[in-house]
Design a protein around this ligand. Structure first.
Ligand SMILES: [Zn+2]
Length: 70
């Protein structure tokens, strides 16, 4: 289950991405950070997602502001 480990960095193209699987609220997402440019991404189901969409506290704040989700 390390199919993501060989993907290049979307920012600089380096293959030095470090991937960490993180569980939140029963959802497994992947955090990647690039050794080369330190670009950080959250990946859910092979798609990049913003951090606030993963953390309930962030989600509440953003929706309270009227920001659309999804
Ligand atoms: Zn990079």
């Amino acid at each position: 289950m390390d199919a993501f480990s060989s993907r290049p960095c979307p920012a600089c193209g380096s293959l030095g991405l470090l991937s960490v699987v993180v569980s939140t609220e029963g959802t497994r997402v992947m955090f990647t950070i690039c050794h080369h440019c330190e670009d950080k991404r959250w990946i859910d189901d092979d798609r990049e997602v913003p951090l606030w969409s993963l953390v309930p506290e962030f989600r509440r704040r953003w929706t309270a502001r009227g920001t659309k989700t999804g």
